[in-house]
Design a protein around this ligand. Sequence first.
Ligand SMILES: Cc1cc2nc3c(=O)[nH]c(=O)nc-3n(C[C@H](O)[C@H](O)[C@H](O)COP(=O)(O)OP(=O)(O)OC[C@H]3O[C@@H](n4cnc5c(N)ncnc54)[C@H](O)[C@@H]3O)c2cc1C
Length: 302
Amino acid sequence: MEKAKICLAVIDDAGAAAPLTALAGRLAGRVFVAAIDAPEAAVNAEKAWLISTGGAGAAAAVGAVTRLLEELAPELVITGAGRDSRMLAAHCAAALRTSALTDADELTPEPGAIAARRLVYGGGAYKSVRAAYPAVICAGPSLAGAAAEAAPCAVLEEIRASLPEGMELTGRAEKSVVKVGLGAAKIVLGLGRGVKDAANVERAAAFAARIGAELGCTRPVAEDEGLLPRERYIGVSGAVIKPALYIAAGISGQIQHMAGVNSSGVIIAINKDKQAAIFENCDYGVVGDMMEVLDALDEKLS
Ligand SMILES: Cc1cc2nc3c(=O)[nH]c(=O)nc-3n(C[C@H](O)[C@H](O)[C@H](O)COP(=O)(O)OP(=O)(O)OC[C@H]3O[C@@H](n4cnc5c(N)ncnc54)[C@H](O)[C@@H]3O)c2cc1C
């Protein structure tokens, strides 16, 4: 396995720092970190630059990151999976005159290139690709969320970032963020379109609270029906969960949803259609009306 010579890990999310820098160490001989507004990300590297944007956000770090790319000329750049990480990857790719590879998992160094596997067709298939150096990789959630050790960097340098020329910060507004603990939940109750309306969502949420479950849903329940916030949808383009128990209620079981729940310990499916695909993918299946079954479970448990 021929490693890349130099990798710059560009990190804007302290939570992803340990897995991404540990990954960089497996792929390259020398690892450097550009830690954007995240001093905790200065780990597992020969040197880290702490780029402080003074609250202006990751976009303001682009100039500083570009200068680091010029200085280091890395063969490999790794970023995380979040929205800002992708934006940073696009800027790095432009600076290195290459393109960014998103949603990558299973990275393997090859002579002069990196081989990667990517989920395509909304999670229905994998594609194997080979990116010649210099390569810019956005690690997918499975790599960015993996467990890893973090050894603090001995050499740190602080950089104060400024917005690129021609751009100024004209205002700032708080965005209400829904905090959802799906990733760490031991029990998750997932609601599909079968839930139908807000009153049923409320009833299901009360049941979830009683059994200590976090509430999740399919994408259409969040994006089309607007019955739950986007932060609660699970699947290839949403949250990836690994609870001990996943209860899928009124969910058909399409691959794009199941890709986010396949690591659950036990899956119980409730669906009124006995032909529903979810019954191919669960440990226990109940054919019936989801609200009636949840009510019956509630009664039994209480
Ligand atoms: C690129 C791409 C990415 C996608 N990413 C995601 C993703 O990340 N997450 C995701 O979830 N989806 C995603 N989707 C959408 C996905 O393909 C499915 O359309 C979606 O998961 C279906 O949601 P659902 O099961 O709630 O709805 P449906 O497929 O409409 O199924 C509803 C189910 O409820 C059952 N039902 C109805 N009434 C009752 C009742 N009273 N009691 C019991 N059962 C009942 C029905 O029998 C049916 O099986 C993606 C699609 C694409 C193209």
